[in-house]
Write a protein that binds this ligand. Structure first.
Ligand code: GLC
Ligand code: CA
Length: 561
C-alpha cells in the first residue's frame, strides 16, 4: 500500500453546534472551535472533520444548505472560517469540510428559481415529476419518513427528496449541475481545506425510472436501501468528480458510503479509487431494521467483533478504512456496544482499544474521548432531531405507549450524540454562558474534560495513549499498516487480533465478559512488551493470558517470540 500523510493521523469529528459556544448565544461556533484547538492538539488530533457550517435554515442541522459559499451566522463568518483554517494549519492539523451534495435546502436560490420556473434551467437542477394516474411518481420512502415526493406549490409537479422535504435532491444527471458542484468544491479546496467527508453520496444515482418496488411497511412505501440496489452507474459521477476536483488538489476524501457491493470496493477506495477512504458502517448497521428503530436489536459483543473482523478481512488488500464507534447520527458507542456491566471507565477503554487498534484511520467523535454517554430523555419535548420525532411517531403507530416509545426511540436518537460537549463541572458543562440550544447530559459533573485531563487513568488519558501509539518509535508502523489477523474467533466475549508487521507483531486482546477469562494464544512463547493496558497489571505467561472482566491489553512482540 502506498503510504499517505494521513494514514498515521487520528481524525476528530466536530459537531460545531454543540462543541463550544464563544459568545453566549447557546450555540457552538467557529470561534469556539478556534479556542479549543489546543485542547485537540494536546489529545494528539491531526485531522478535523467539521459537520456543516454553511448557510442553512438548519431543518436538518446544517445538512440542508442554502449557500455553499457562505457560513451560517449561527456559526460565525467567513473570516472566522479563515481564522480557523490558519490556526489549524499552525498546529499542523488538516481540516475537512462536510460535502453535502446529494441535496441542498429548499431555501437555496437554485430551488427558489426552479419553483418559479419549473421548466426553466433551474428546474433541471432537481427532480420534478407529475403524478401518474393521480398517483405519486413512485412509492419510495424518505429516510425521515413519508413519501419522497412533495408538491411544488402552484404547479402540478412534485419534487424528490430522499431526506427531509426541506432537502430537495439535486439532479446529478444534469451536467450543468455537476459543473456547479465541482466549481464549489474547487473553491473550498483553493481556500485551504484539506478535503471532505462526503455526505450521503451513494444517493446521487437514482434508478433509471421512477418506479414502485415492493412495499416493506403498511404505508405501501419501500425503503431507500431497496431503491438504491436498482441504481447503476454511480461510478461515472464519482470518477468525474474526482478528476475535476479532488485529484487536482490531492484532497483527502472520506465517503459516507452505506451499502456498496464488495466487488465495487476497489473502485471506491482502492488505489486510484473515487475516495481516499470510507467509513466502516458494518457495526453501525448491525441489528438495524427496515421496520424502524423500534425493531432494532442492540449488537452483542460477539456480533460487534464479527462485524469488525469481516470489514477488516474484506478491506485488507483493498484500501484504508475509516473506523468509528459513533458519530452525530448514532447513539453514543459506549451506550450501544458495551454490556451493562461494562458501562464504566474500564469498559469504555476496552471498546476504545478494540476499534482504535484495527487497521484504518480512527475517527473520534467529539466527547467520545471522555466516554460521553447516551442521554436519558424524560420526554419527547427534549428532543430536537427530526429523525427521532418520526421514529417516536412510528413506535406509537405500532402500538407502543409513550414511555416505551421514548425508550425505544431514545436509545437510537441522534440527539444522544448532539448534546453539548462536557468541558467542565460548571453550569451547562462549561459549554456556554447562555442557554444551550439542546439540553446537556445531566452527568456532566461526573464526566467532563477538565476532570479527565487532570487524571492519569481517565478515558481521555487512555485515548491519548492510543493516539500516540500510531507514532510509536518501535511499533508505529505496525499500528498503522500491519495486517489484521483475528485469533480465538470462537471464544465467546473475547475479541483478539494480531496486527502483523515487518519483523514484529502486536496482539490486541479484550475481554467483554462479566467474568475473568484465561486464554492461550498459540505460538507465543516470549513475554512481549505491554504497550497498553486498561486495568492493573497484566497476568501473562507467554501465550497464556488472564484477563479481568472488561480488561484490554495491547502487547508488542519483536522478531522472535
Ligand atoms: C447524512 C448525515 C445526516 C444527514 C443526512 C442528510 O447521513 O450524516 O446527519 O441527516 O446525511 O444530509
Ligand atoms: Ca455561539
Amino acid at each position: 500500500m502506498e503510504k499517505k500523510w494521513w494514514h498515521k493521523k487520528t481524525a476528530y469529528q466536530i459537531y460545531p453546534k454543540s462543541f463550544y459556544d464563544s459568545n453566549g448565544d447557546g450555540i457552538g461556533d467557529l470561534r469556539g472551535i478556534v479556542e479549543k484547538l489546543d485542547y485537540l492538539k494536546e489529545l494528539g488530533i491531526g485531522i478535523l472533520w467539521l459537520s456543516p457550517v454553511y448557510a442553512s435554515p438548519c431543518a436538518d442541522q446544517g445538512y440542508d444548505i442554502k449557500d455553499y459559499y457562505d457560513i451560517d451566522p449561527r456559526f460565525g463568518t467567513m473570516e472566522d472560517m479563515d481564522l480557523l483554517l490558519a490556526e489549524a494549519k499552525k498546529r499542523d492539523m488538516a481540516v475537512l469540510m462536510d460535502l453535502v451534495v446529494n441535496h441542498c435546502s429548499d431555501e437555496h436560490q437554485w430551488f427558489k428559481k426552479a419553483c418559479q420556473d419549473p421548466d426553466g434551467e433551474y428546474g433541471k437542477f432537481f427532480y420534478f415529476q407529475e403524478k401518474r394516474d393521480k398517483k405519486l411518481p413512485c412509492n419510495w420512502r424518505s429516510y425521515f419518513g413519508g413519501p419522497v415526493w412533495e408538491p411544488v406549490e402552484g404547479t402540478d409537479k412534485y419534487y424528490l427528496h430522499v431526506f427531509h422535504k426541506k432537502q430537495p435532491d439535486l439532479n446529478w444527471e444534469n451536467p450543468k449541475l455537476r459543473q456547479e458542484i465541482y466549481k464549489m468544491i474547487n473553491w473550498w479546496l483553493k481556500k485551504g481545506v484539506a478535503g471532505f467527508r462526503i455526505d450521503a453520496i451513494i444517493n446521487i444515482k437514482k434508478p433509471d425510472t421512477f418506479k414502485d418496488y415492493p412495499a416493506d411497511r403498511e404505508d405501501g412505501l419501500c425503503d431507500m436501501g431497496q431503491v438504491l440496489a436498482h441504481a447503476h452507474g454511480i461510478g461515472e459521477f464519482l470518477g468525474e468528480m474526482k478528476r475535476e476536483t479532488f485529484e487536482i488538489w490531492d484532497a483527502l476524501t472520506i465517503g459516507e458510503v452505506f451499502h456498496v457491493e464488495e466487488a465495487q470496493l476497489r473502485e471506491f477506495v482502492g488505489e486510484g479509487g473515487y475516495f481516499s477512504s470510507m467509513f466502516d458502517f458494518r457495526e453501525t448497521l448491525e441489528g438495524k431494521s427496515v421496520l424502524g428503530w423500534y425493531d432494532c436489536q442492540i449488537p452483542t459483543p460477539d456480533a460487534y467483533k464479527r462485524c469488525c473482523f469481516e470489514s477488516q478481512r474484506i478491506m485488507e488488500d483493498v484500501g484504508y478504512l475509516s473506523n468509528i464507534i459513533e458519530n452525530h447520527d448514532e447513539p453514543r458507542g459506549v451506550s450501544h456496544y458495551l454490556p451493562s456491566y461494562g458501562q464504566n471507565e474500564r469498559g469504555k477503554k476496552l471498546l476504545a482499544a478494540m476499534y482504535f487498534m484495527l487497521k484504518g484511520l480512527p475517527f473520534i467523535y467529539q466527547g467520545q474521548e471522555l466516554g460521553m454517554e447516551n442521554k436519558v430523555f424524560s420526554s419527547i419535548e427534549e428532543i430536537d432531531d427530526i429523525s427521532t420525532k418520526e421514529e417516536y411517531r412510528r413506535c406509537l403507530e405500532v402500538g407502543y405507549d409513550k414511555d416505551q416509545a421514548l425508550k425505544a426511540a431514545g436509545h437510537y436518537s441522534r440527539d444522544n450524540a448532539r448534546t453539548p460537549f462536557q468541558w467542565s463541572d460548571e453550569p451547562n458543562g462549561g459549554f456556554t454562558k447562555g442557554e444551550p440550544w439542546l439540553g446537556i447530559n445531566d452527568n456532566y459533573r461526573r464526566i467532563n474534560a477538565r476532570e479527565q485531563m487532570g487524571r492519569d487513568d481517565s478515558v481521555w488519558a487512555f485515548y491519548r495513549q492510543l493516539i500516540a501509539l500510531r507514532e510509536h518509535a518501535t511499533y508505529g508502523d505496525t499500528v498503522v499498516y500491519g495486517r489484521t489477523e483475528p485469533v480465538l474467533e470462537e471464544e465467546r466475549n473475547i475479541m483478539a487480533y494480531f496486527r502483523r508487521g515487518e519483523g514484529q507483531d502486536i496482539l490486541v486482546i479484550g475481554n467483554f465478559d462479566e467474568e475473568p477469562k484465561m486464554v492461550t494464544i498459540a505460538g507465543i512463547k516470549e513475554q512481549g512488551q505491554v504497550l497498553l493496558n486498561n486495568c492493573g497489571s497484566v497476568d501473562m505467561d507467554g501465550g497464556r493470558i488472564r484477563l479481568e472482566s472488561c480488561q484490554a491489553v495491547v502487547i508488542g512482540y519483536g522478531k522472535k517470540y
